[in-house]
Design a protein around this ligand. Structure first.
Ligand SMILES: *Cc1c(COP(=O)(O)O)cnc(C)c1O
Length: 298
């Protein structure tokens, strides 16, 4: 569903948002898209276990746990940080994943870095038996194929499609599915420009650009300006944004509108990829630091 943002913008610019966050209250919309063809592939291979990786507040971990339960897979989450082992009940993401039946293996940050190496994976096979491996963040070729289904024929009128970027899977699917007059703008949620090369190697056209100034200090980092923006946007539009991904992207797009980045009369479509489950975890961290929290009931 595309919803118009009621705010007034200069130069007759219009802003709509595709509510992929409404696909599920706790599971990010783009994570469902990324899992769709992977789950079909796992079934075709007669796999019974899905195994994947993630941090303590990972939207992807929540999505795999939930989708695995729905589709009858056992799920195993390799979680970064062995100190979390005794703190599952304090962590909303892990509590949710566990309630979906996910089994955890907590590993130190050092071991976690080796997660794509053969010995690490062999160890896991010995421990858990054969499994279908889904990479961290869920991005692989089948995930990109799923994200090519985010846009549909009703979106043909838009000039710009804007999304947040983590691993680059979602934007790659969008880029592969746009029409010749459209352009995709990506807003990395993390620092560094390595993503440009990674995305260039995957996609089939050049109508895209990354705006790298809206990471707010890096992955998972926020400041009071961003939190105030998310709260204000919710008050004005009744649309919740998450602090890790979509909040930064929407902040960036509105900032660019006011900096005259977009030509007059541009029609812009924001992709709301979800991430709302991360608000609780972020609010815990903000409360610990006695900082203002996100006022969105989730
Ligand atoms: C994972 C995630 C992203 C980033 O998607 P990638 O395909 O990894 O680039 C964006 N928004 C939300 C809410 C996410 O959970």
């Amino acid at each position: 569903m595309n919803q118009q943002i009621a705010l007034e913008f200069p130069n007759s610019i219009s802003l709509h948002i595709k509510r992929e966050d409404l696909i599920h209250p706790f599971v990010s919309g783009n994570k469902f898209r990324k899992l769709k063809y992977n789950l079909l592939q796992a079934k075709a291979e007669h796999q019974e276990i899905l195994l994947t990786f993630g941090g303590a507040f990972s939207n992807h971990i929540a999505a795999v746990a939930f989708a695995g339960k729905e589709k009858g897979f056992k799920t195993i989450g390799i979680i970064r940080g062995d100190e979390l082992k005794d703190k599952i009940s304090e962590n909303p993401t892990l509590t949710f994943a566990q309630s979906c039946g996910m089994q955890f293996e907590f590993v130190s940050r050092e071991s976690y870095r080796l997660k794509n190496e053969i010995p690490f994976l062999e160890n896991l096979k010995q421990k858990f038996g054969d499994f279908y491996l889904i990479p961290e963040g869920g991005t692989n070729a089948l995930a990109i194929k799923g994200c090519e289904e985010i846009l549909n024929e009703k979106d043909a009128d838009f000039d710009y499609i804007c999304c947040s970027i983590g691993t680059g899977g979602t934007i790659s699917g969008l880029i592969n599915s746009i029409l010749p007059h459209q352009k995709v703008l990506g807003f990395p949620a993390l620092k560094g420009d390595f993503l440009t090369d990674e995305i260039r190697n995957i996609v089939i056209n050049n109508n895209w650009e990354l705006l790298t100034d809206y990471h707010f200090g890096g992955y998972g980092k926020v400041n009071s300006e961003l939190i105030a923006f998310i709260n204000q946007f919710f008050k004005e539009n009744n649309i919740p944004l998450d602090p890790i991904y979509t909040g930064k992207m929407v902040f960036g797009v509105i900032d660019l509108i006011h900096r005259n980045y977009f030509p007059a009369q541009s029609k812009i479509l924001l992709i709301h990829t979800g991430g709302i489950q991360g608000i609780q975890g972020m609010n815990m961290k903000l409360r610990n630091k006695q900082l203002p929290t996100i006022d969105i009931n989730v």
